[in-house]
Ligand binder design. Structure first.
Ligand code: AMP
Length: 474
């Protein structure tokens, strides 16, 4: 499925490797015309869903001065264990060398890794020589002077905490989101959008009173898949997971459920979505607890959203490093807020969505993504390139566009090929002007999911209610 999607994505204009005329550079991908629409729709779904909970948003720079990352711990600790083969000079994540050598124990730090490499003959996955050079590799890109490209959007929010808190009229909980680029000098970029060096993040920072780690109430009828670090995967409600002590706070449980709901609305299948808790030595340096939402593609689980309990780690560090207070006062109590962070990787979500949505009908691809997220809602065709049919189809296209911009017009090729093309890019409905249209002003509306057609009047199509009932089911 993964290979089919990567091929389809390039051929149909969703995404492809960047800079390919110069041979391509690992870890960079372009979004083509359909990918841009799909990505924006995913981000809109995320944004509107958090707006329901009162979120506010920020847009801060990609280029960030060093003191920010000195304070946040990224300069010292945002690194991967890397290995270089001294013979063939290939570089790897140390983890992948271990996997290649069938070693299950992951060392916790550089010392342990070096010890392991001196005790065990670890073969280079490329030339088979012994790997001895192990080192910490910082994942941040340094740009000129003392500036870095941000590896996450979150720090922009933390350094602006006071201004945002004042804007929010001194109220907690406060939810702040930022959609933007993150940059990581990944040692081994892989699998198209899975591990990129420049990627799209949508991060949410939820600021809470540490004595009141609660958010809205949890409803308890929906079971989700959760895999705690202490045991087997469970089908469980987040309420139960919280009550059994698997999740550290009520608020954390709320944002796990919220993430499940957002991902389902985007189109990730609930049976192919789970939450896996990190082992303590797997967590990022700022997290006291982390759960990853993982999506399934081809029997492999991938992290698509990371939810971390960042406590007061970041605000505390920025307070001591900058001298600016991050302390807030609510009802005579002074404290530094606690932070829960659901961090959404948009590229991985988009890839998972496409891979999970691809089906075949009569040997042809059908991309069954939810209607509101699809790049186009409708395609309008004249049955043939005859002037009277074209005129009518163009009229419908121009006038439907007044209600809904996500419409495409196509008159090239046979009608069967045009349907196949729209099925493959996920367009929910195709509207065709045929000879009967000229007699009674009706057109056919063909469904992507069933390939069934029905006739409807043109005047109905041009009504906003039609679009709402077909696409948004309102
Ligand atoms: P993290 O801050 O590492 O928890 O990342 C948050 C989310 O960003 C992850 O769940 C991924 O979906 C996404 N992400 C992180 N690193 C990359 C990368 N190198 N390429 C693509 N997406 C990434």
């Amino acid at each position: 499925m993964y290979d089919d999607i990567v091929e389809l994505a390039k051929r149909r204009g969703f995404f492809w490797p960047s800079f390919s005329i110069y041979g391509g550079f690992a870890g960079f991908y372009d979004y083509g015309p359909l990918g841009v629409l799909l990505k924006d729709n995913i981000i809109r779904t995320w944004k509107e869903s958090y707006m329901e909970d009162g979120a506010i948003f920020l847009d801060s720079p990609n280029i960030t001065p060093e003191p920010v990352f000195r304070a946040s711990g990224h300069l010292a600790r945002f690194s991967d264990l890397a290995a270089e083969c001294e013979k063939c000079k290939s570089k790897f994540k140390f983890e992948s060398v271990l996997a290649f050598n069938k070693q299950d124990i992951i060392p916790a730090n550089l010392e342990e890794a070096k010890e392991m490499a001196s005790d065990t003959y670890l073969k280079c996955p490329v030339c088979g020589s012994r790997i001895t050079n192990i080192y910490d590799f910082n994942l941040m890109y340094k740009v000129s002077g003392d500036y870095y490209l941000r590896p996450e959007t979150a720090q922009g929010i933390f350094v602006n905490f006071k201004l945002l808190f004042n804007y929010n009229r001194g109220k907690l909980p406060m939810i702040v989101g930022q959609a933007g680029k993150g940059f990581r000098n990944e040692i081994s970029p892989r699998q198209s959008l899975i591990r990129l060096r420049e990627f799209n993040q949508c991060e949410i920072e939820v600021f809470l009173d540490p004595e009141n780690l609660e958010f809205k109430s949890l409803y308890d009828y929906k079971k989700i898949k959760m895999k705690p670090n202490t045991g087997e995967e469970l089908d469980i409600t987040v309420k139960e997971a919280f009550e059994r002590g698997l999740i550290s706070s009520q608020a954390f449980a709320y944002f796990v459920l919220k993430t499940q709901n957002i991902l389902e609305n985007i189109g990730i299948e609930s049976s192919k979505l789970r939450f896996r808790q990190h082992d303590p030595d797997e967590r990022a340096h700022y997290a006291s607890d982390s759960w990853d939402a993982e999506g399934l593609i081809d029997n492999e689980w991938f992290e698509i959203v990371g939810i971390a309990n960042r406590t007061d780690f970041d605000l505390n560090n920025h307070q001591s490093s900058s001298g600016e207070t991050m302390t807030t006062k609510i009802e005579e109590r002074e404290f530094i807020p606690y932070v829960i962070e659901p961090s959404y990787g948009i590229d991985r979500i988009l890839l998972t969505l496409m891979a999970q949505s691809l089906e075949t009908r009569d040997g042809k691809n059908v991309l069954k993504i939810p209607y509101p997220v699809a790049p186009y809602h409708f395609a309008v065709f004249p049955l043939m390139k005859k002037e009277n049919l074209k005129e009518k189809a163009e009229y419908i296209y121009e006038n439907m566009k007044k209600q809904d911009k996500y419409i495409v017009y196509d008159e090239a090729g046979t009608i069967g090929k045009r349907y196949a093309r729209q099925d493959e890019i996920g367009t929910p409905y195709c509207i065709t002007v045929d000879y009967q249209t000229l007699e009674d002003n009706t057109v056919t509306v063909r469904s992507r999911d069933t390939a069934e057609q029905k006739r409807i009047k043109i005047e109905e199509l041009l009504d906003l209610d039609f679009i709402n009932s077909y696409i948004y089911k309102k």
